[in-house]
Design a protein around this ligand. Structure first.
Ligand code: MEV
Length: 427
């Protein structure tokens, strides 16, 4: 096996497929499937050992009104109910006047970490004294960002304890996500630290914490809008606020509450060619307040208004990296009318808030299963092998059952096919 994979990275995708088929016994159909999905263009060059393209569905959520503008939002997700819930949540929030979203700041921080430091003050003093020189070194390491109006802004030291010290560099990365430029600058600074301060550095890398790229989305929903009868509406508003409070008190619930928010956030981040693992890590770290993991959003009942707020670290970019190479990103930016990273940050925060509203409103009213039923039944139909033309028929039949399962779906599909055959025979 080892010999077959020697120099694997030098092979073409077709050669890799042949090796895999041979060593792991892929059938002709499986090979065809992998071949058919292989992409043209630059995508194969984006990663090592490219084999094929794993596709996820992309749809657009509608009804978004953010800062008095209407948006459609491209979302990439495999979860059946996400786009329906986002559109539904957005519609209700638009009726309330729409979501307001604001970017607090948009900077990236990176770290040069030193170990075995005996006296923190000596490092701290040296960095303070050489601050300008270190910032110049960072600028020279990536002059193009300075020409574009951005670049390194400040450098400070933090005592991490146990002899570790972090030099934190803050950079205005303009429209890029900025990982590469940050890492280049940090490595240049690390070299100066080693050569002039004569202290070895442990590592240099950007921080994904994103706390200097915070964005807040807020909305106020008139309670009366939540149901036809005022008493019902008041009850729903109270229950939404209570559900949100539980996510502040109970980490077990907070994880699920935040997962619902990230259903929307990730789907947009992926559609926009950004690093969703970075956004996920940043969000979950930010969810820890006073040493407890808590819900990222909060809903509060204030008089006759239900007010929702969501703040997220969103260090996303709109140029460079994968945004350039993935073919759909520029079209998705156009669909969402994104012309700056701030536009994208505002839209993502708004999607997270609408997604969360839809989820907890469903949870405290009809329950999540009812709203998800049609989508789940459709995915059940696909699981048992219904073709695109059979899916609507089978979905319709499954919807009339109380709790449809896979074996019922299989039996119904057989019946549908038998009926079709009979019809053909009679013609
Ligand atoms: C499902 O993907 C997301 C929800 O569980 C979120 C929530 O419970 O708030 C519905």
């Amino acid at each position: 096996m080892e010999a077959a994979f020697s120099q694997f990275y030098k092979r073409t995708p077709e050669q890799r497929l042949a090796i895999l088929a041979d060593t792991l016994g892929l059938s002709e159909t499986e090979q065809q499937e992998l071949k058919q999905r292989a992409a043209q263009g630059d995508a194969p060059l984006l990663i090592e050992n490219y084999l094929t393209t794993y596709q996820l569905p992309e749809g657009v959520a509608v009804n978004f009104r953010v800062n008095d503008h209407d948006y459609v939002v491209p979302m990439v997700t495999e979860e059946p109910s996400v786009i329906a819930a986002a559109s539904n949540g957005a519609k209700q929030l638009a009726q309330a006047g729409g979501i307001t979203a604001a970017v607090h700041s948009r900077l990236l921080t990176g770290q040069v970490v030193l170990s075995d430091v005996k006296v923190f003050a000596s490092i701290d003093d040296w960095v303070a004294l050489h601050q300008d020189e270190l910032l110049d070194v960072a600028k020279q390491a990536h002059p193009s960002i300075v020409k574009r109006g951005g670049g390194p802004k400040s450098i400070r030291t933090r005592d991490l304890g146990e002899g570790f010290v972090s030099l934190d560099l803050t950079v205005d990365v303009q429209a890029a996500m900025g990982a590469n430029m940050m890492n280049t600058m940090l490595e240049a600074i690390a070299e100066v630290v080693q050569n002039k301060l004569h202290h070895t550095t442990l590592f240099s890398i950007l921080s994904n914490a994103g706390v200097q790229s915070l964005t807040t989305a807020t909305v106020s929903v008139p309670v009366a809008q939540l149901a036809d009868e005022l008493a019902d509406a008041q009850q729903i508003a109270k229950r939404i606020a209570q559900a949100s409070r539980i996510a502040q008190l109970d980490p077990m619930r907070a994880v699920t509450h935040n997962k619902g928010i990230m259903n929307g956030v990730d789907a947009v981040v992926i559609a926009m060619g950004n690093d969703w693992r970075a956004i996920e890590s940043a969000a979950h770290a930010f969810a820890v307040k006073d040493n407890q993991y808590r819900g990222l959003s909060q809903w509060q009942l204030e008089g006759d208004q239900l007010t929702g707020t969501l703040t997220l670290p969103l260090p996303v970019g709109t140029v460079g990296g994968a945004t350039k190479v993935l073919p759909l990103v520029s079209i998705n930016q156009k669909l969402a009318q994104i012309s700056s990273p701030e536009d994208l940050m505002r839209l993502i925060a708004a999607v997270g808030l609408a997604q969360n509203f839809a989820a907890i409103k469903a949870l405290v009213t009809s329950g999540i299963q009812k709203g998800h039923m049609k989508m789940q039944v459709r995915s059940l139909a696909m699981t048992v092998g219904a073709t695109p033309s059979e899916v609507p028929v089978l979905t319709g039949q499954l919807m009339s059952l109380k709790d449809p399962n896979e074996s019922q779906a299989k039996q119904l599909l057989i019946k549908i096919r038998n009926n079709e055959e009979e019809k053909h025979a009679k013609r």
